[in-house]
Design a protein around this ligand. Structure first.
Ligand code: ADP
Ligand code: MG
Length: 652
């Protein structure tokens, strides 16, 4: 925090402190003022949402300390446009803030990840609308006021405390805090608590002083806020009709709720600008009772893979907001789900800390998970494009569930999608579709794993599978190598890596014409002739490879590497090492394509003993190439370059 300056305020003799904004806030303010000009309405949504949160928080506190709301038990939000003073005030009777809290909450940004998103925003060349989306992911919150206000004054008194405080800033470099005078405090109305946000409206935003504009904006964004919002003509004048519906949307019957209502509520809770790809609203009745309104977003939040990211489903108990960070309410792999769960069974006065151990919460989690997975499956049947959007954004997170929650594994497998050789890696396939295309006698699901889809598609290990019309799945998410260890089969069919161990591809050649005796003898002779070459190569590479064998996986490439049958698959080994889950090291097996012309030439070359050095050089080059093609580092880059240059020179 920056140095504080103390000075006397001549108005009411209270001490005033001025302070600089934290660096985060200054940058955010700059972006809000300069990049968000397209959609000014948002400021009202943000301020109303803060006011409603403040009411929610006090409602919760009052469960254990009823004195806090004894004098003024109802909650409300007033919106007061003062056309003479050209100010717009949003006044709530929620929990309020004291002097320290004003400085803390409105002078710094506590949320983690803010700095990161700022960087992202600065780096992106996106236009205004896309910047909005980025910013929307964490909500500009209170600072959205500066889109329409040249100065913001906040008067607040914390419930249960005696003094009211004032916070003031033009949104440029810093802010000041002081005790509020009696006149200033009057804006809170009859209530002894709450917060007033007073905006000096800019010339460019005078429309927000018009009743019609306010009504329209509230209806659009804040209809479902379950605190009544009144439009008032003066501080102490009450109006009798709330301008919003003021009922919890999730508790209303489905047939009364329009598509638009659902979307507006989604925007309210996410601060987002995207549309949900899935909306699930239902009432669970039976052993446990709850209402749930849950959404799956279209856009991945910037911190989805940040291990410290918490779920963000809000837990209510009989319409009272309890917490949006209940650890066990959602599985970590469902952390992309947003929305509300409102329980009828949990006790209201439960402490937030013990909530996560409550068996009701665990039961809710199980029911909610089943429902979302089943709705996603329905979506995949009904609207493939929408489902694929979801999968592209959140599939990798969801697959953590295969590892984590065996009771939901079948349901997760059902919606898992992978690229495969079936459509040359262009479109997703489900596991069920893969199985329906399996060849006669095939009882394993073939896959290859690696980071990059494009290079996987060109892997030499695939050649023998492709030429026989055997489908191979591409596993490109890091998590794939993890769940495979916990969930090694789907519907009784084992997942089998094409880069590991022996795979008898000959069994799929049954429809080829029977070989004649002559062909068979020919083949045996050919294999015999290869033996000395294999020996020479093995001798040269013994440090680096476990074995050198004749391949049945290759058709076009001369060589490839595979992991031995009982070793760890090569890509998996690399992933596990990065995550410090494995420290061993498996020597790979070098497979040789005996029909490749290069190999045939080496066979003849090898017949003359004096060529041994040449064969060694070629063996080392082939091994290095096999490594390079699958993105593995090579042992001796200088040696590789020397040998390669030698051959290039010879070729010229
Ligand atoms: P967020 O609401 O996402 O936390 P905001 O920028 O909207 O971020 O608000 C920052 C913080 O300021 C809030 O978390 C809250 O602690 C405090 N705050 C803002 N408005 C109010 C209000 N009307 N009453 C009480 N506290 C408020
Ligand atoms: Mg807010």
């Amino acid at each position: 925090m920056s140095a504080q300056k103390k000075e006397m305020n001549t108005d009411n003799n209270a001490t005033q402190y001025t302070q600089d904004f934290s660096a985060d806030v200054s940058r955010l303010l700059d972006i809000v003022a300069n990049a968000l000009y397209t959609n000014h309405d948002v400021f009202l949504r943000e301020l109303i949402s803060n006011a409603a949160d403040a009411c929610d928080r006090l409602r919760y506190e009052a469960i254990t300390n009823p004195d806090l709301t004894k004098d003024d038990p109802g909650f409300r939000i007033h919106i007061w446009p003062d056309r003479e003073a050209r100010t717009l005030s949003i006044v709530d009777n929620g929990i309020g803030m004291n002097g320290e809290e004003l400085a803390e909450h409105l002078g710094t940004i506590a949320k983690s990840g803010t700095a990161k998103i700022m960087e992202q925003m600065k780096a992106s060349n996106e236009n205004g609308a896309d910047k909005m989306k980025l910013i929307g992911q964490f909500g500009v919150g209170f600072y959205a006021s500066y889109m329409v206000a040249s100065k913001v004054t906040v008067i607040s008194r914390k419930a249960g405390e005696d003094r009211a405080y004032k916070w003031e800033s033009d949104g440029a470099s810093g802010f000041s805090t002081a005790e509020a005078s009696q006149t200033e405090e009057a804006v809170l109305g009859g209530s002894k608590r709450g917060t007033a946000i007073i905006l000096d409206i800019k010339d460019s935003a005078v429309e927000f002083l018009l009743e019609e504009k306010i009504r329209e904006t509230v209806e659009q964004y804040s209809d479902h806020i379950d605190v009544p919002i009144y439009l008032v003509e003066a501080i102490h004048k009450d109006s009798h009709e709330a301008i919003n519906q003021a009922t919890a949307i999730w508790a209303r019957p489905k047939n009364e709720i329009s598509e638009e209502d659902y979307e507006n509520f989604y925007r309210h809770i996410t601060h987002g600008f995207d549309e949900p790809v899935l909306t699930s609203h239902w009432k669970a009745e039976g052993t446990i009772e709850f209402n749930a309104l849950l959404y799956v977003p279209t856009m991945r939040p910037f911190d989805l893979y940040d291990p410290s990211r918490k779920g963000s489903v809000k837990l209510y108990v009989r319409r009272v907001f309890i917490s949006d960070t209940v650890e066990n309410l959602m599985y970590p792999w469902m952390r992309f789900v947003r929305g509300v769960v409102d329980s009828e069974d949990l006790p209201l006065n439960i402490s937030r800390e013990t909530l996560q151990y409550n068996p009701v919460v665990t039961k809710i989690r199980s029911a909610v998970t089943k429902r979302i997975l089943s709705d996603l499956n329905k979506l995949s049947e009904k609207d493939e494009a929408a489902f694929n959007t979801f999968w592209g954004q959140f599939g990798a997170a969801l697959k953590e569930g295969l590892y984590d929650a065996s009771e939901h594994r079948d349901a997760i497998f059902k919606i898992c999608r992978f690229f495969s050789t079936h459509d040359s890696g262009e479109s997703y396939t489900s596991l069920a579709d893969y199985v329906s295309r399996m060849k006669d006698g095939q009882d394993e699901i073939y896959y290859i794993s690696g980071e990059n889809l494009e290079s996987l598609k060109n892997s030499p290990q695939l050649e023998g599978f492709k030429s026989r019309g055997l489908e191979v799945l591409f596993f490109t998410d890091t998590i794939d190598d993890f769940w495979l260890q916990q969930a090694p089969e789907f519907e009784g069919k084992k997942f089998k890596s094409v880069t590991k161990g022996n795979i008898n591809l000959g069994q799929y050649d049954a429809d080829k014409p029977e070989e004649t005796e002559q062909e068979k003898t020919e083949k045996i002779k050919q294999d015999e002739s290869l033996k000395p070459l294999l020996e020479t190569i093995k001798k040269t590479l013994s440090e680096q490879v476990e074995d050198v064998i004749i391949s049945n996986r290759l058709t076009d490439s001369p060589v490839c590497l595979v992991a031995p049958e009982h070793g760890v698959d090569m890509h998996m080994e690399r992933v596990l090492k990065v995550h410090q889950k494995y420290s061993g090291s498996t020597k790979p097996v070098l497979e040789i394509n005996k029909d490749h012309s290069l190999i045939r030439k080496m066979v003849s070359l090898n017949e003359d003993f004096s060529n041994e050095d040449k064969i060694s050089d070629l063996a080392l080059l082939l091994l290095d190439q096999a490594k390079i093609i699958q993105g593995e580092p090579i042992n001796d880059p200088a040696g590789f370059v020397r040998r390669m240059s030698g051959y290039m020179e010879e070729a010229l």
